[in-house]
Design a protein around this ligand. Structure first.
Ligand SMILES: Cc1cc2nc3c(=O)[nH]c(=O)nc-3n(C[C@H](O)[C@H](O)[C@H](O)COP(=O)(O)OP(=O)(O)OC[C@H]3O[C@@H](n4cnc5c(N)ncnc54)[C@H](O)[C@@H]3O)c2cc1C
Length: 489
Protein backbone atom coordinates (compact mmCIF):
# COMPACT_ATOMS: atom_id res chain seq x y z
CA UNK A 1 0.00 0.00 0.00
CA UNK A 2 1.07 3.56 -0.58
CA UNK A 3 -0.31 7.09 -0.42
CA UNK A 4 -0.47 9.19 -3.57
CA UNK A 5 -1.04 12.94 -3.39
CA UNK A 6 -3.11 14.52 -6.14
CA UNK A 7 -3.77 18.25 -6.54
CA UNK A 8 -6.98 18.82 -8.39
CA UNK A 9 -10.06 21.01 -8.92
CA UNK A 10 -13.04 20.92 -6.50
CA UNK A 11 -15.19 19.16 -9.11
CA UNK A 12 -12.68 16.43 -9.86
CA UNK A 13 -11.87 16.07 -6.15
CA UNK A 14 -15.53 15.40 -5.43
CA UNK A 15 -15.57 12.64 -8.05
CA UNK A 16 -12.36 11.09 -6.71
CA UNK A 17 -13.68 11.21 -3.15
CA UNK A 18 -16.87 9.46 -4.20
CA UNK A 19 -14.91 6.71 -5.96
CA UNK A 20 -11.69 6.12 -4.02
CA UNK A 21 -10.44 5.89 -0.48
CA UNK A 22 -9.10 9.26 0.64
CA UNK A 23 -6.63 9.39 3.53
CA UNK A 24 -6.29 13.14 3.81
CA UNK A 25 -7.92 16.15 2.23
CA UNK A 26 -6.77 19.71 2.40
CA UNK A 27 -7.93 22.77 0.56
CA UNK A 28 -5.43 25.18 -0.92
CA UNK A 29 -7.41 28.41 -1.02
CA UNK A 30 -4.47 30.81 -1.20
CA UNK A 31 -5.53 31.79 -4.73
CA UNK A 32 -8.98 32.33 -6.19
CA UNK A 33 -8.43 29.21 -8.27
CA UNK A 34 -8.98 26.88 -5.32
CA UNK A 35 -7.27 23.50 -5.43
CA UNK A 36 -7.92 20.40 -3.40
CA UNK A 37 -5.02 18.22 -2.26
CA UNK A 38 -6.12 14.63 -1.87
CA UNK A 39 -3.97 11.86 -0.47
CA UNK A 40 -5.34 8.68 -1.99
CA UNK A 41 -4.70 5.16 -0.82
CA UNK A 42 -3.17 3.07 -3.60
CA UNK A 43 -1.80 -0.45 -4.02
CA UNK A 44 1.86 -1.17 -4.73
CA UNK A 45 1.25 -0.72 -8.48
CA UNK A 46 -0.22 2.75 -7.88
CA UNK A 47 -3.87 1.80 -8.48
CA UNK A 48 -6.21 3.79 -6.25
CA UNK A 49 -8.20 1.71 -3.76
CA UNK A 50 -11.95 1.90 -4.52
CA UNK A 51 -14.11 3.23 -1.71
CA UNK A 52 -16.03 -0.06 -1.50
CA UNK A 53 -12.92 -2.29 -1.44
CA UNK A 54 -12.65 -4.60 1.56
CA UNK A 55 -11.44 -2.65 4.59
CA UNK A 56 -7.87 -2.93 5.80
CA UNK A 57 -7.79 -5.93 8.12
CA UNK A 58 -6.81 -5.39 11.72
CA UNK A 59 -6.52 -7.62 14.75
CA UNK A 60 -10.00 -7.63 16.24
CA UNK A 61 -9.65 -7.05 19.99
CA UNK A 62 -10.00 -10.16 22.10
CA UNK A 63 -11.41 -9.24 25.50
CA UNK A 64 -11.04 -11.80 28.29
CA UNK A 65 -13.60 -12.68 30.93
CA UNK A 66 -12.24 -11.12 34.13
CA UNK A 67 -15.11 -11.18 36.64
CA UNK A 68 -13.19 -13.38 39.10
CA UNK A 69 -9.68 -12.17 38.25
CA UNK A 70 -7.40 -10.53 40.75
CA UNK A 71 -5.58 -8.27 41.25
CA UNK A 72 -7.93 -5.58 40.03
CA UNK A 73 -7.14 -2.09 38.78
CA UNK A 74 -9.10 0.96 39.87
CA UNK A 75 -9.75 3.62 37.27
CA UNK A 76 -10.98 7.07 38.24
CA UNK A 77 -12.83 8.66 35.33
CA UNK A 78 -14.67 7.17 32.33
CA UNK A 79 -13.42 9.57 29.67
CA UNK A 80 -11.38 8.39 26.66
CA UNK A 81 -8.31 7.77 28.88
CA UNK A 82 -10.23 5.72 31.47
CA UNK A 83 -12.32 3.75 28.97
CA UNK A 84 -9.45 2.83 26.67
CA UNK A 85 -7.35 1.87 29.70
CA UNK A 86 -10.19 -0.42 30.84
CA UNK A 87 -10.50 -2.02 27.40
CA UNK A 88 -6.77 -2.65 27.25
CA UNK A 89 -6.78 -4.21 30.73
CA UNK A 90 -9.55 -6.56 29.59
CA UNK A 91 -7.39 -7.62 26.65
CA UNK A 92 -4.69 -8.55 29.18
CA UNK A 93 -7.05 -10.43 31.49
CA UNK A 94 -7.02 -7.79 34.24
CA UNK A 95 -10.24 -6.62 35.87
CA UNK A 96 -10.94 -2.87 35.64
CA UNK A 97 -13.18 -1.18 38.19
CA UNK A 98 -14.16 2.29 37.01
CA UNK A 99 -15.46 5.08 39.25
CA UNK A 100 -17.17 7.89 37.37
CA UNK A 101 -18.68 10.92 39.08
CA UNK A 102 -21.19 11.56 36.29
CA UNK A 103 -24.08 9.58 34.86
CA UNK A 104 -24.56 7.13 32.00
CA UNK A 105 -24.65 8.71 28.60
CA UNK A 106 -28.44 8.56 28.06
CA UNK A 107 -29.16 10.28 31.40
CA UNK A 108 -26.38 12.73 30.73
CA UNK A 109 -28.05 13.71 27.46
CA UNK A 110 -31.14 14.75 29.40
CA UNK A 111 -29.07 16.86 31.82
CA UNK A 112 -27.35 18.56 28.90
CA UNK A 113 -30.73 19.35 27.31
CA UNK A 114 -31.83 20.98 30.60
CA UNK A 115 -28.59 22.97 30.71
CA UNK A 116 -29.05 24.18 27.14
CA UNK A 117 -32.60 25.27 27.97
CA UNK A 118 -31.25 27.19 30.96
CA UNK A 119 -33.34 25.12 33.35
CA UNK A 120 -30.89 23.22 35.56
CA UNK A 121 -27.11 22.98 35.72
CA UNK A 122 -25.98 19.73 37.27
CA UNK A 123 -22.34 20.12 38.40
CA UNK A 124 -21.88 16.33 38.20
CA UNK A 125 -23.54 15.70 34.84
CA UNK A 126 -22.71 18.10 32.04
CA UNK A 127 -20.46 18.51 28.98
CA UNK A 128 -17.40 17.63 31.09
CA UNK A 129 -18.56 14.98 33.53
CA UNK A 130 -20.28 11.68 32.84
CA UNK A 131 -19.82 8.56 30.75
CA UNK A 132 -17.31 9.14 27.95
CA UNK A 133 -15.98 12.26 29.70
CA UNK A 134 -15.52 15.47 27.76
CA UNK A 135 -15.12 13.32 24.65
CA UNK A 136 -18.77 12.23 24.43
CA UNK A 137 -20.46 15.45 23.38
CA UNK A 138 -17.32 16.85 21.83
CA UNK A 139 -16.72 17.54 18.22
CA UNK A 140 -15.14 14.13 17.78
CA UNK A 141 -12.31 15.31 15.58
CA UNK A 142 -9.97 12.35 15.80
CA UNK A 143 -6.40 13.33 15.46
CA UNK A 144 -3.37 13.92 17.53
CA UNK A 145 -0.50 16.23 16.74
CA UNK A 146 1.96 13.79 18.24
CA UNK A 147 2.98 10.71 16.33
CA UNK A 148 5.49 9.74 18.99
CA UNK A 149 3.20 8.47 21.68
CA UNK A 150 2.46 5.01 20.37
CA UNK A 151 -0.07 3.05 18.45
CA UNK A 152 -2.60 5.66 17.33
CA UNK A 153 -3.95 3.23 14.74
CA UNK A 154 -5.05 0.92 17.58
CA UNK A 155 -7.19 3.74 19.00
CA UNK A 156 -8.87 4.11 15.61
CA UNK A 157 -9.37 0.35 15.32
CA UNK A 158 -11.09 0.27 18.70
CA UNK A 159 -13.33 3.19 17.74
CA UNK A 160 -14.22 1.26 14.59
CA UNK A 161 -14.80 -1.96 16.51
CA UNK A 162 -17.30 -0.11 18.73
CA UNK A 163 -19.24 1.44 15.86
CA UNK A 164 -17.37 4.36 14.27
CA UNK A 165 -17.66 4.59 10.48
CA UNK A 166 -15.07 2.90 8.25
CA UNK A 167 -13.25 6.14 7.45
CA UNK A 168 -11.65 6.24 10.94
CA UNK A 169 -9.44 3.39 9.76
CA UNK A 170 -7.76 5.31 6.97
CA UNK A 171 -8.59 9.04 7.20
CA UNK A 172 -5.92 11.16 8.89
CA UNK A 173 -8.42 13.64 10.40
CA UNK A 174 -11.64 11.67 10.75
CA UNK A 175 -14.58 13.46 12.35
CA UNK A 176 -17.07 11.27 14.22
CA UNK A 177 -19.46 14.02 15.36
CA UNK A 178 -21.19 14.58 18.66
CA UNK A 179 -24.36 12.86 17.43
CA UNK A 180 -22.54 9.55 16.84
CA UNK A 181 -20.15 9.42 19.82
CA UNK A 182 -22.69 8.56 22.55
CA UNK A 183 -23.64 5.24 20.88
CA UNK A 184 -19.97 4.27 20.55
CA UNK A 185 -19.31 5.06 24.22
CA UNK A 186 -22.35 3.00 25.22
CA UNK A 187 -21.02 0.03 23.22
CA UNK A 188 -17.71 0.30 25.09
CA UNK A 189 -19.52 0.24 28.43
CA UNK A 190 -21.55 -2.82 27.44
CA UNK A 191 -18.35 -4.62 26.45
CA UNK A 192 -16.59 -3.78 29.73
CA UNK A 193 -19.56 -5.01 31.77
CA UNK A 194 -20.10 -8.13 29.65
CA UNK A 195 -16.50 -9.20 30.30
CA UNK A 196 -16.71 -8.78 34.04
CA UNK A 197 -15.36 -5.26 34.49
CA UNK A 198 -17.23 -2.89 36.79
CA UNK A 199 -18.39 0.69 36.27
CA UNK A 200 -19.77 2.70 39.16
CA UNK A 201 -21.57 5.82 38.00
CA UNK A 202 -22.39 8.82 40.18
CA UNK A 203 -19.39 7.82 42.26
CA UNK A 204 -17.10 10.77 42.88
CA UNK A 205 -13.73 9.84 44.37
CA UNK A 206 -13.12 12.32 47.19
CA UNK A 207 -10.03 10.94 48.88
CA UNK A 208 -7.25 8.50 48.19
CA UNK A 209 -5.64 6.13 50.65
CA UNK A 210 -2.86 3.80 49.64
CA UNK A 211 -3.04 0.98 52.17
CA UNK A 212 -3.06 -2.20 50.08
CA UNK A 213 -1.14 -1.94 46.86
CA UNK A 214 -3.75 -1.57 44.15
CA UNK A 215 -2.88 0.18 40.90
CA UNK A 216 -5.11 3.22 40.37
CA UNK A 217 -5.33 4.86 36.99
CA UNK A 218 -6.11 8.53 37.50
CA UNK A 219 -7.98 9.65 34.38
CA UNK A 220 -9.94 12.61 35.73
CA UNK A 221 -9.69 15.01 32.79
CA UNK A 222 -8.79 18.65 33.32
CA UNK A 223 -12.10 19.97 34.64
CA UNK A 224 -12.23 18.29 38.05
CA UNK A 225 -10.80 21.21 40.02
CA UNK A 226 -12.05 19.78 43.32
CA UNK A 227 -10.20 16.53 42.61
CA UNK A 228 -7.01 18.39 41.69
CA UNK A 229 -7.23 20.21 45.02
CA UNK A 230 -7.81 16.93 46.88
CA UNK A 231 -4.77 15.39 45.16
CA UNK A 232 -2.61 18.39 46.07
CA UNK A 233 -3.74 18.12 49.71
CA UNK A 234 -2.90 14.38 49.63
CA UNK A 235 0.65 15.24 48.58
CA UNK A 236 0.42 13.96 45.00
CA UNK A 237 3.26 15.65 43.07
CA UNK A 238 2.05 18.22 40.57
CA UNK A 239 3.32 21.34 38.87
CA UNK A 240 1.95 24.22 36.83
CA UNK A 241 2.32 23.95 33.08
CA UNK A 242 1.71 26.23 30.12
CA UNK A 243 -1.91 26.50 29.04
CA UNK A 244 -4.08 28.80 26.96
CA UNK A 245 -7.11 30.94 27.68
CA UNK A 246 -9.35 33.26 25.70
CA UNK A 247 -12.78 33.41 24.10
CA UNK A 248 -14.81 31.56 21.50
CA UNK A 249 -15.36 33.58 18.34
CA UNK A 250 -18.33 32.93 16.08
CA UNK A 251 -18.96 34.22 12.56
CA UNK A 252 -21.78 33.40 10.17
CA UNK A 253 -20.50 30.37 8.26
CA UNK A 254 -21.40 32.12 4.97
CA UNK A 255 -18.96 34.90 5.85
CA UNK A 256 -16.15 32.45 6.64
CA UNK A 257 -16.86 30.65 3.34
CA UNK A 258 -16.67 34.00 1.53
CA UNK A 259 -13.40 35.07 3.22
CA UNK A 260 -11.56 31.80 2.98
CA UNK A 261 -12.93 30.71 -0.43
CA UNK A 262 -12.55 34.13 -2.12
CA UNK A 263 -16.25 34.76 -2.79
CA UNK A 264 -16.75 31.53 -4.66
CA UNK A 265 -20.36 30.77 -5.59
CA UNK A 266 -22.39 28.44 -3.37
CA UNK A 267 -22.03 25.67 -5.99
CA UNK A 268 -18.26 25.58 -5.29
CA UNK A 269 -18.80 25.81 -1.52
CA UNK A 270 -21.08 22.79 -1.83
CA UNK A 271 -18.25 20.86 -3.46
CA UNK A 272 -15.67 21.94 -0.91
CA UNK A 273 -17.78 21.82 2.25
CA UNK A 274 -17.96 24.65 4.77
CA UNK A 275 -14.66 26.48 5.13
CA UNK A 276 -12.57 26.08 8.25
CA UNK A 277 -9.46 27.94 9.35
CA UNK A 278 -6.44 27.65 11.55
CA UNK A 279 -4.93 31.00 12.51
CA UNK A 280 -1.88 31.84 14.52
CA UNK A 281 0.06 34.99 15.34
CA UNK A 282 2.56 36.25 17.89
CA UNK A 283 1.80 39.23 20.12
CA UNK A 284 4.74 40.44 22.23
CA UNK A 285 6.32 37.00 22.01
CA UNK A 286 3.12 35.24 23.07
CA UNK A 287 1.20 32.87 20.82
CA UNK A 288 -2.40 33.81 19.95
CA UNK A 289 -4.17 31.16 17.95
CA UNK A 290 -7.45 29.59 16.91
CA UNK A 291 -8.24 26.30 18.58
CA UNK A 292 -10.72 23.51 17.79
CA UNK A 293 -12.42 25.32 14.89
CA UNK A 294 -15.92 23.98 14.32
CA UNK A 295 -17.34 24.72 10.85
CA UNK A 296 -21.14 24.46 10.84
CA UNK A 297 -20.97 24.04 14.60
CA UNK A 298 -22.37 25.22 17.93
CA UNK A 299 -20.93 26.96 20.95
CA UNK A 300 -21.76 25.01 24.10
CA UNK A 301 -21.67 25.66 27.85
CA UNK A 302 -18.71 23.52 28.91
CA UNK A 303 -18.18 24.45 32.54
CA UNK A 304 -18.34 22.14 35.55
CA UNK A 305 -18.63 24.72 38.30
CA UNK A 306 -21.79 26.65 39.28
CA UNK A 307 -19.76 29.79 39.89
CA UNK A 308 -17.97 29.76 36.55
CA UNK A 309 -18.86 30.30 32.89
CA UNK A 310 -16.90 28.29 30.32
CA UNK A 311 -17.63 27.79 26.62
CA UNK A 312 -16.35 25.37 24.01
CA UNK A 313 -17.43 24.28 20.53
CA UNK A 314 -18.65 21.20 18.72
CA UNK A 315 -20.39 20.12 15.55
CA UNK A 316 -22.63 17.26 14.58
CA UNK A 317 -21.37 14.87 11.91
CA UNK A 318 -22.87 16.89 9.03
CA UNK A 319 -21.39 20.20 10.21
CA UNK A 320 -24.37 22.07 8.88
CA UNK A 321 -25.33 24.82 11.34
CA UNK A 322 -25.18 28.36 9.85
CA UNK A 323 -22.34 29.29 12.22
CA UNK A 324 -18.56 28.85 12.33
CA UNK A 325 -16.91 29.00 15.75
CA UNK A 326 -13.42 28.62 17.07
CA UNK A 327 -11.56 29.02 20.33
CA UNK A 328 -9.28 32.09 20.19
CA UNK A 329 -6.73 31.67 22.91
CA UNK A 330 -3.60 33.25 24.32
CA UNK A 331 -0.63 31.24 25.60
CA UNK A 332 0.05 31.57 29.30
CA UNK A 333 3.16 30.42 31.14
CA UNK A 334 2.42 30.26 34.87
CA UNK A 335 5.39 30.71 37.16
CA UNK A 336 3.76 29.81 40.50
CA UNK A 337 2.44 26.54 41.87
CA UNK A 338 -0.05 24.21 40.19
CA UNK A 339 -2.82 25.35 42.51
CA UNK A 340 -2.07 29.01 41.77
CA UNK A 341 -2.45 28.29 38.05
CA UNK A 342 -5.79 26.60 38.79
CA UNK A 343 -6.85 29.58 40.93
CA UNK A 344 -6.11 31.94 38.03
CA UNK A 345 -8.12 29.82 35.58
CA UNK A 346 -11.04 29.78 38.06
CA UNK A 347 -10.74 33.52 38.64
CA UNK A 348 -11.29 34.19 34.92
CA UNK A 349 -14.19 31.69 34.76
CA UNK A 350 -15.84 33.36 37.77
CA UNK A 351 -15.38 36.78 36.21
CA UNK A 352 -17.16 35.49 33.10
CA UNK A 353 -20.02 34.18 35.24
CA UNK A 354 -20.37 37.54 37.02
CA UNK A 355 -20.67 39.25 33.64
CA UNK A 356 -22.98 36.62 32.14
CA UNK A 357 -26.55 35.73 33.10
CA UNK A 358 -27.95 34.00 36.17
CA UNK A 359 -27.97 30.57 34.52
CA UNK A 360 -25.72 29.52 31.65
CA UNK A 361 -26.04 32.77 29.65
CA UNK A 362 -22.54 33.76 28.59
CA UNK A 363 -21.01 37.25 28.38
CA UNK A 364 -20.44 38.36 24.78
CA UNK A 365 -19.43 41.33 22.68
CA UNK A 366 -19.36 41.98 18.96
CA UNK A 367 -15.82 41.37 17.73
CA UNK A 368 -15.09 44.86 16.42
CA UNK A 369 -16.59 46.44 19.54
CA UNK A 370 -14.28 44.22 21.58
CA UNK A 371 -11.24 45.36 19.65
CA UNK A 372 -12.22 49.04 19.54
CA UNK A 373 -13.50 49.20 23.13
CA UNK A 374 -17.25 49.84 22.66
CA UNK A 375 -20.33 48.41 24.29
CA UNK A 376 -22.40 46.23 21.93
CA UNK A 377 -25.90 47.67 21.99
CA UNK A 378 -27.18 44.44 20.45
CA UNK A 379 -25.68 41.04 19.74
CA UNK A 380 -25.88 39.03 16.51
CA UNK A 381 -27.62 35.65 16.22
CA UNK A 382 -25.48 32.98 17.81
CA UNK A 383 -25.52 29.18 18.04
CA UNK A 384 -25.15 29.25 21.84
CA UNK A 385 -28.48 27.90 23.07
CA UNK A 386 -28.56 29.25 26.66
CA UNK A 387 -28.23 32.79 25.28
CA UNK A 388 -25.81 35.70 25.52
CA UNK A 389 -25.57 38.82 27.65
CA UNK A 390 -23.91 41.92 26.19
CA UNK A 391 -20.80 42.62 28.24
CA UNK A 392 -17.60 44.68 28.04
CA UNK A 393 -15.15 41.81 27.69
CA UNK A 394 -12.67 44.43 26.49
CA UNK A 395 -12.80 45.93 30.00
CA UNK A 396 -12.83 42.92 32.28
CA UNK A 397 -10.69 40.31 30.45
CA UNK A 398 -7.34 40.93 32.13
CA UNK A 399 -4.09 41.46 30.31
CA UNK A 400 -2.27 39.84 28.68
CA UNK A 401 -5.40 37.93 27.56
CA UNK A 402 -7.57 40.87 26.47
CA UNK A 403 -4.82 42.95 24.85
CA UNK A 404 -3.27 39.94 23.05
CA UNK A 405 -6.64 38.89 21.65
CA UNK A 406 -7.36 42.41 20.40
CA UNK A 407 -4.03 42.52 18.56
CA UNK A 408 -4.52 38.94 17.39
CA UNK A 409 -7.87 39.80 15.75
CA UNK A 410 -6.27 42.79 14.01
CA UNK A 411 -3.50 40.52 12.69
CA UNK A 412 -6.00 37.93 11.44
CA UNK A 413 -7.96 40.68 9.72
CA UNK A 414 -4.82 41.87 7.91
CA UNK A 415 -4.55 38.40 6.42
CA UNK A 416 -8.27 37.78 5.86
CA UNK A 417 -9.88 41.18 5.29
CA UNK A 418 -13.30 41.15 6.89
CA UNK A 419 -12.48 38.64 9.65
CA UNK A 420 -12.63 41.47 12.20
CA UNK A 421 -16.27 42.43 11.90
CA UNK A 422 -19.25 43.23 14.08
CA UNK A 423 -21.12 40.36 12.38
CA UNK A 424 -18.90 38.16 14.56
CA UNK A 425 -19.22 37.76 18.30
CA UNK A 426 -16.74 36.82 21.00
CA UNK A 427 -18.12 34.74 23.86
CA UNK A 428 -16.44 34.26 27.23
CA UNK A 429 -14.54 32.31 28.26
CA UNK A 430 -12.66 29.54 26.49
CA UNK A 431 -10.60 28.44 29.47
CA UNK A 432 -10.43 24.66 29.20
CA UNK A 433 -8.51 24.18 25.99
CA UNK A 434 -5.70 22.56 27.99
CA UNK A 435 -4.77 21.71 31.55
CA UNK A 436 -2.86 24.24 33.66
CA UNK A 437 -1.50 21.33 35.72
CA UNK A 438 0.81 18.39 35.21
CA UNK A 439 0.58 15.49 37.67
CA UNK A 440 4.20 14.54 37.57
CA UNK A 441 4.96 10.95 36.62
CA UNK A 442 7.97 8.80 35.91
CA UNK A 443 8.47 8.83 32.14
CA UNK A 444 9.41 5.17 31.93
CA UNK A 445 6.87 3.62 34.29
CA UNK A 446 4.05 6.22 34.10
CA UNK A 447 3.74 6.03 37.91
CA UNK A 448 3.26 9.21 39.93
CA UNK A 449 6.65 10.30 41.23
CA UNK A 450 5.12 10.67 44.70
CA UNK A 451 2.72 7.67 44.82
CA UNK A 452 3.95 4.52 43.15
CA UNK A 453 0.51 2.86 42.76
CA UNK A 454 -0.95 5.89 41.07
CA UNK A 455 -0.90 6.14 37.24
CA UNK A 456 -1.92 9.69 36.23
CA UNK A 457 -2.92 9.77 32.58
CA UNK A 458 -4.96 11.55 29.94
CA UNK A 459 -5.65 15.23 29.60
CA UNK A 460 -5.99 15.86 33.33
CA UNK A 461 -2.52 14.56 34.02
CA UNK A 462 -1.18 17.10 31.55
CA UNK A 463 0.35 14.53 29.21
CA UNK A 464 -2.33 14.46 26.52
CA UNK A 465 -4.75 16.81 24.81
CA UNK A 466 -7.71 15.65 22.78
CA UNK A 467 -9.60 12.41 22.42
CA UNK A 468 -7.07 10.26 20.62
CA UNK A 469 -3.98 11.21 22.61
CA UNK A 470 -5.90 10.80 25.88
CA UNK A 471 -7.19 7.39 24.78
CA UNK A 472 -3.68 6.37 23.82
CA UNK A 473 -2.28 7.57 27.13
CA UNK A 474 -4.90 5.41 28.88
CA UNK A 475 -3.84 2.39 26.81
CA UNK A 476 -0.18 3.05 27.65
CA UNK A 477 -0.94 3.23 31.39
CA UNK A 478 -2.80 -0.10 31.18
CA UNK A 479 0.15 -1.64 29.32
CA UNK A 480 2.53 -0.52 32.09
CA UNK A 481 0.32 -2.20 34.69
CA UNK A 482 0.02 -5.38 32.60
CA UNK A 483 3.81 -5.38 32.36
CA UNK A 484 4.14 -4.90 36.12
CA UNK A 485 1.96 -7.97 36.70
CA UNK A 486 3.74 -10.02 34.05
CA UNK A 487 0.59 -10.13 31.92
CA UNK A 488 1.88 -8.56 28.73
CA UNK A 489 0.79 -10.68 25.77
C1 LIG B 1 -17.23 20.69 23.82
C2 LIG B 1 -15.92 19.98 23.65
C3 LIG B 1 -15.47 19.69 22.36
C4 LIG B 1 -14.27 18.98 22.17
N1 LIG B 1 -13.91 18.63 20.90
C5 LIG B 1 -12.84 17.82 20.71
C6 LIG B 1 -12.51 17.31 19.42
O1 LIG B 1 -13.18 17.58 18.44
N2 LIG B 1 -11.42 16.51 19.29
C7 LIG B 1 -10.65 16.17 20.36
O2 LIG B 1 -9.69 15.42 20.20
N3 LIG B 1 -10.94 16.62 21.60
C8 LIG B 1 -12.01 17.43 21.81
N4 LIG B 1 -12.32 17.88 23.07
C9 LIG B 1 -11.40 17.53 24.18
C10 LIG B 1 -11.58 16.07 24.59
O3 LIG B 1 -12.91 15.82 24.85
C11 LIG B 1 -10.68 15.79 25.79
O4 LIG B 1 -9.35 16.07 25.41
C12 LIG B 1 -10.75 14.33 26.22
O5 LIG B 1 -12.07 13.96 26.51
C13 LIG B 1 -9.86 14.09 27.45
O6 LIG B 1 -9.99 12.76 27.85
P1 LIG B 1 -9.72 12.27 29.35
O7 LIG B 1 -10.20 10.89 29.43
O8 LIG B 1 -8.31 12.57 29.69
O9 LIG B 1 -10.60 13.23 30.27
P2 LIG B 1 -12.16 13.53 30.27
O10 LIG B 1 -12.76 13.23 28.95
O11 LIG B 1 -12.31 14.90 30.79
O12 LIG B 1 -12.77 12.47 31.29
C14 LIG B 1 -12.51 12.54 32.67
C15 LIG B 1 -13.64 11.84 33.42
O13 LIG B 1 -13.26 11.75 34.79
C16 LIG B 1 -14.41 11.96 35.61
N5 LIG B 1 -13.95 12.40 36.93
C17 LIG B 1 -13.28 13.53 37.25
N6 LIG B 1 -13.04 13.59 38.56
C18 LIG B 1 -13.56 12.47 39.11
C19 LIG B 1 -13.64 11.98 40.43
N7 LIG B 1 -13.12 12.64 41.47
N8 LIG B 1 -14.26 10.79 40.65
C20 LIG B 1 -14.80 10.11 39.61
N9 LIG B 1 -14.77 10.54 38.33
C21 LIG B 1 -14.15 11.70 38.08
C22 LIG B 1 -15.19 13.02 34.85
O14 LIG B 1 -16.55 12.99 35.20
C23 LIG B 1 -14.95 12.63 33.39
O15 LIG B 1 -15.98 11.80 32.89
C24 LIG B 1 -13.49 18.59 23.29
C25 LIG B 1 -13.94 18.91 24.59
C26 LIG B 1 -15.12 19.59 24.78
C27 LIG B 1 -15.58 19.91 26.18
Amino acid sequence: MQNIVVTTSPVEAKQLEATYRVVRRSIDARQRDIKVNLTLLADDEGRYIPIDAPLPRYNEPHFKQVSTESPVVHIIGAGPAGLFAALNLLEHGIKPIIFERGKQVSERKRDIALLNRNEVFNPESNYCFGEGGAGTFSDGKLFSRSKKRGNMQRVMELFHHFGAADNVLYEAHAHIGSDKLPRIIQNMRECILAHGGEIHFEFRVESLEFRDPCPTILAIGHSAHDTYRMLAATGVAMEAKGFALGVRAEHPQALINKLFYHNQPQSVVNLLGNASYSLVTQVNGRGVYSFCMCPGGHIVPAGSDVDGCVVNGMSASHRNSPFANSGMVVELHPTGSAIEALDYQEYIEHLAKQHGGPNAQAPAQRMKDFVEGRCSASLPDCSYLPGLVSSRLDEWLPDPIGSSLRQGFRDFDRKYKGFLTNDAVVVGVESRSSSPIRIVRNTATMQSVSHEWLYPCGEGAGYAGGITSSALDGINAALKIAERYGKLL
